[in-house]
Ligand binder design. Structure first.
Ligand code: AHM
Ligand code: MG
Length: 334
């Protein structure tokens, strides 16, 4: 067993130091990140014990005691909402699980808007494959408290974003615009420890990640792109990897390089993934790690949302891999 380090950098320590670098920082963002950290720790613990505590399956069931059984994603959502509200730093919350925005009562309001997917990768929950949580924190340019009508901000208003991956270990990956840093949960002390400082995505990879079941529903450009990855004119074919949890697929893409694609299909003509709490946070992290993220036309961070649950196509990963698919999309449009 590795010896104990007497000077580890925990996530709290890291962001307190970051906050000190910003003159006149109020600490509101640090408070918010601390609340997210607590939510993620609790969700991680619930995920690890879900089979034993009967958190799998559908909500609305009752257990033998007649108590309502909470599904893991309902629990994750409640944790995010309660902890974020109690950080006194957010005015409005947008959750994948809630049809409309959640407004924080005036006494507890702060200047941020947060969009989150409390538990992403729902099809993987019951079979123990990696799942995650995703969030993006937005702020108005003038620092004023946003009204409900002002929540539809683009990725250019993001001040921090990240994701938690509940994989073989639990990791929290975050960026406040100054590099991307990864923290691994040490279950023996219940703290996130800095393990991946200033993560950088390779310029090119050799993995493509897409749900190939939809091959015949893709545009010609995407069909040709994926075909080229399997039958390249020169070099070796790319490897195919698809977990079906965006967090796991994007995390692998950051670590190993390559591309993750969720294009339009006949069933989902605008793409499946949600702009504000799936695409924008991941685009922010990947872009800050030196990669690229596009909807096929423009950078995902430049899309101005028109609705909180808006969907978008996603092409995200190593810069050269994303450029290659974008070029093919352009050629097919001409
Ligand atoms: P969810 O929010 O219902 O879990 O759906 C989002 C997930 C992503 O994590 C993943 O990339 C995608 O859906 C997989 O979709 P598909 O099963 O169509 O490939
Ligand atoms: Mg989701």
């Amino acid at each position: 067993m590795a010896s104990l380090d007497s000077n580890t950098i925990s996530l709290t320590r890291f962001f307190l130091a970051e906050q000190k670098k910003i003159p006149h920082a109020t600490g509101e963002l640090t408070q918010l990140l601390a609340s997210i950290q607590t939510a993620v720790k609790t969700i991680s613990s619930a995920v690890r014990r879900a089979g034993i505590t009967k958190l799998f399956g559908t909500a609305g069931n009752t257990n033998v005691q007649g108590e309502e059984v909470k599904k893991l994603d309902v629990l994750a959502n409640e944790l995010f909402i309660n902890l974020i509200k109690s950080s006194y730093s957010v005015a409005v919350l947008i959750s994948e699980e809630n049809e409309t925005v959640i407004e924080v009562e005036t006494e507890r309001q702060g200047k941020y808007v947060i969009a989150f997917d409390p538990l992403d990768g729902s099809s993987n929950i019951d079979c123990l494959v990696s799942i995650g949580s995703i969030f993006a924190i937005f702020k108005k340019e003038d620092n004023s408290i946003p009204t409900i009508d002002e929540v539809l901000m683009s990725g250019r208003n993001v001040v921090a974003a990240g994701y938690a991956l509940y994989g073989t270990a639990t990791m929290l990956i975050m960026s406040t615009g100054n590099g991307v840093h990864g923290f691994m949960l040490d279950p023996t002390i219940g703290e996130f420890i800095l393990t991946d400082y200033d993560m950088k995505i390779p310029k090119r990879g050799n993995i493509y990640s897409i749900n190939e079941g939809y091959t015949h529903q893709w545009s010609e450009a995407i069909q040709e792109y994926v075909d080229n990855k399997k039958n390249p004119c020169k070099g070796k074919p790319y490897n195919a990897r698809y977990v079906g949890s965006m967090v796991a697929d994007v995390h692998r893409t950051i670590k190993y390089g390559g591309i993750f694609l969720y294009p339009a299909t006949k069933a989902a003509p605008k793409g499946k993934l949600r702009l504000m709490y799936e695409a924008i946070p991941m685009a922010y992290v990947v872009t800050n790690a030196g990669g690229a993220a596009s909807n096929g036309e423009i950078p995902i961070l430049d899309i101005k949302p028109e609705a909180i649950h808006q969907r978008t196509e996603v092409f995200i990963g190593s810069e050269e891999d994303v450029d290659e698919v974008l070029q093919l999309i352009r050629v097919h449009k001409e």
